[in-house]
Design a protein around this ligand. Structure first.
Ligand code: ATP
Ligand code: SF4
Ligand code: MG
Length: 326
């Protein structure tokens, strides 16, 4: 392992699913993630944002080593993730998923749910595991009296605290949080976001934080990766992306946050009329062109190439060398 390398790095990572059932149906490729290159530095909160279906969860699963890329490579501290032992990866990178209802076993008590990763990795004696469970419950704000309760006896927020406790039990360094608050009531969302922030500072964690709602990540992210139809279209610091968005899609997403009910995000970008395109039949050229208020002739003809604009990545014909040459 190379300590100077980013903790995680994607180089040209793609994932294609072949869609279509039956012997006489020709399968079609669905490019869920396409040529994504990004790095995650130790201690940062990297936000990944974009509308439903843009490939966030697929990317998260690849970062967790749960799904192999179909192209490109993911590196963990400079070493190809595919060559790192699965157990070693899961000890250091843990997921927190969206739905605390379905991700917790309803027949297990909190004590056994939270200690499961310790059992799987054979960490500590039964006594030590019990102490660790109690310690971690306190850390995430779950009263000790709930130790032998079942998930059905808890509120949504408490269940998400259990999911966070379970992820933290084996002291990982990186949490990949996939929409960890979007199934919760608005008031509870804020509590869980605050908890995640506090835990990150206290435990020195690195987060990959996925959300379809830019408002959720605004105050906690250090850098923001914006995805559209599987592609990374803008990637920069939080200040660059929030204060001075460059890509027309990022601007539209930010505008959507200013709607009267920003907590619901905006996945239909109503200002642009058209809906998210069919991923099995993506528009040619820049896939955003049917919805883009700044689209030019070239946009429907050629795929824009990634350009570096003062350290931020942009994939749009308005930026980069092609524009300068035009
Ligand atoms: N196992 C799979 N088989 C086939 N297609 C898949 C599979 N997983 C994801 N997809 C497709 O890949 C695309 C990206 O899906 P993904 O779940 O990564 O998006 P997302 O950004 O997480 O969306 P959401 O915000 O709704 O969670 C979608 O078109 C989805 O239908
Ligand atoms: S490449 Fe063209 S269509 Fe795509 S975002 Fe840029 S201006 Fe809009
Ligand atoms: Mg998802």
């Amino acid at each position: 392992m190379n300590a100077d390398a980013p903790v995680l790095e994607c180089r040209d990572v793609s994932r294609t699913f072949m869609i279509g059932k039956g012997p006489f149906v020709q399968k079609k490729p669905l490019r869920a993630v396409q040529d994504v290159s990004l790095s995650i530095e130790r201690g940062e909160v990297l936000a990944v944002v974009g509308e439903s279906g843009c490939g966030k969860t697929t990317l998260a699963k690849m970062l967790l080593g749960l799904l192999p890329p179909s192209g490109g490579e993911i590196f963990f501290e400079g070493v190809p993730l595919s060559s790192v032992d699965r157990n070693a990866v899961s000890r250091r990178i843990q997921p927190v998923f969206q739905d605390p209802y379905s991700s917790l076993n309803p027949r297990k008590t909190l004590a056994s749910i939270i200690s499961l990763p310790l059992d799987v990795h054979k960490i500590g004696t039964p006594e030590e595991r019990k102490r660790r469970v109690e310690e971690i419950m306190e850390l995430v704000g779950l009263p000790r009296r709930l130790l032998y309760s079942y998930p059905s006896q808890l509120s949504g927020g408490q269940r998400q605290r259990v999911a966070i406790a379970r992820a933290l039990a084996i002291k990982p360094e990186i949490l990949v949080c996939d929409e960890p608050t979007s199934a919760l009531d608005v008031s509870v969302q804020a509590q869980i976001l605050n908890l995640l922030q506090e835990l990150r500072e206290e435990l020195n964690l690195t987060y990959v934080f996925i959300s379809h709602n830019l408002a959720v990540v605004e105050h906690m992210s250090s850098r923001v990766a914006v995805m559209y139809l599987g592609r990374l279209i803008e990637f920069g610091t939080a200040a660059q992306v929030f204060d001075d968005p460059k890509h027309p899609y990022t601007s539209a997403l930010l505008d959507s946050v200013l709607t009267p009910e920003p907590q619901y995000g905006l996945p239909e970008i109503t200002t642009m009329g058209r809906e998210f395109p069919n991923p099995l039949n993506p528009p040619p050229g820049c896939a955003f062109h049917p919805r883009c208020p700044k689209a030019m002739d070239v946009c429907s003809q050629a795929q824009p190439q990634p350009a570096d604009e003062n350290g931020r990545l942009l994939e749009c014909h308005l930026y980069g060398e092609e524009t300068a040459a035009a």
